[in-house]
Write a protein of this length. Structure first.
Length: 117
């Protein structure tokens, strides 16, 4: 069995029990979500790591031309956010944020800009 077939089979098994509610999850569903989380992370993590490395390299070139703040945004934007796919993501309880950090516990950005006017 080649690697691609194994990944596809595992992903299919991970989504078998998705029609139940989160409160009624059984052991089989927890195992399926866990397997899906592992497969999802195995696919997602290399892209995220590459994006993080490229953000760090970009920040090194950004610093002399745009300054410290722009270089910091370039470096942290790629390395922050979701680093792995959790079972909560597969259940729809969490979202994947590829770029940037977690949302601030304060008010949303739109409210901040409106308050600044």
């Amino acid at each position: 069995m080649n690697r691609a077939t194994l990944v596809i089979l595992t992903a299919c098994l991970a989504f078998v029990g998705l029609n139940g509610s989160a409160a009624a999850d059984g052991t089989a569903q927890d195992v399926a979500y866990g397997a899906g989380s592992v497969v999802g992370t195995a696919v997602y993590a290399p892209f995220k790591a590459t994006f993080c490395i490229l953000g760090g390299l970009t920040s090194a070139f950004t610093y002399p031309f745009a300054g410290k703040d722009a270089a910091e945004r370039a470096a942290t934007g790629g390395c922050m956010g979701t680093c792995w796919i959790s079972p909560g993501v597969l259940k729809g309880q969490e979202t994947v944020k590829f770029v940037g950090g977690p949302p601030s516990p304060e008010r949303p950005a739109a409210s901040k800009s409106a308050a600044a006017r």
